[in-house]
Design a protein around this ligand. Structure first.
Ligand SMILES: [Zn+2]
Length: 248
């Protein structure tokens, strides 16, 4: 009775007349959903605590093997105000949130929700601190793809294992050597080095990556393409982010 979970709200949707349903990536129970009574009424005490991109503590009665619960109370821990006030930041946050949602499993099926929540929180913190969105997204995508089992190969040619790279191939899922790249146009040394540092460092070692890398929209683009080809997952919010930044 009265179980508690800390988590970040991924989605909010209308549910019945005055209620909403929120999806939360929680530290203790993985990805779960709550129905929130009266959250659409202005007077509701839960109103402020059910906004997407918010970290909160949720109080509810946990029952094993279920993923939908009724929310009793929520207490906001982090509001991420800058992410709600700036359109570009908000669209970048939506990419992180969309990735977290797509690459975590529901409830107990996910084996490491704590690590995933930490990564998401770290990435949202970086956006709120006005770190370059392109680099934060690339580092986050890359590390989440590794956790999901579709990480990019940047140590050697993904085909033949030769420790040489001339191009990063989204189709093949990593670096290709001169021979295996065939007629594909080679990338510059800087582009290859950037991708290697992003994939090796991820969000966990973001500060080191940031010192060595000049952010470019290309990295997140190649990693997202790889996610589409290798996992069949397309992050809808990423298209909007590219449009807003006039990349597409
Ligand atoms: Zn090769």
């Amino acid at each position: 009775m009265n179980d508690r979970a800390d988590g970040i709200i991924l989605k909010e949707m209308d549910y019945r007349e005055h209620d909403v349903m929120i999806t939360v990536l929680s530290e203790q129970y993985g990805k779960i959903a709550f129905t929130v009574s009266g959250a659409r009424k202005m007077s509701s005490r839960n109103k402020g605590s059910v906004l997407p991109y918010t970290k909160a503590e949720f109080e509810f009665d946990y029952k094993p093997h279920r993923t939908l619960f009724h929310l009793k109370r929520a207490r906001t821990l982090k509001l991420y105000r800058p992410l709600h006030e700036d359109l570009t930041l908000s669209s970048a946050a939506a990419v992180l949130i969309g990735t977290a949602d797509a690459l975590t499993l529901s409830g107990e099926e996910d084996d490491d929700p704590k690590a995933k929540l930490q990564l998401l929180e770290q990435a949202l913190d970086l956006l709120a601190e006005k770190e370059p969105c392109d680099l934060v997204i690339a580092c986050y995508l890359s590390e989440m793809m590794q956790l999901f089992g579709v990480g990019a190969e940047v140590d050697a040619c993904v085909h033949c294992g030769k420790p040489e790279a001339v191009v990063f191939s989204s189709d093949e899922g990593g670096f290709l050597c001169h021979e295996c790249a065939g007629s594909q146009e080679p990338m510059t040394k800087e582009e290859l080095m950037r991708m290697r540092r992003i994939v090796r460092g991820g969000i966990t070692h973001y500060s080191q990556v940031r010192q060595l890398v000049t952010p470019s929209p290309q990295d997140a683009f190649l990693l997202h393409e790889m996610l589409v080809r290798h996992a069949g997952i397309r992050i809808g919010a990423y298209q909007l982010y590219r449009k807003l930044n006039r990349y597409a």
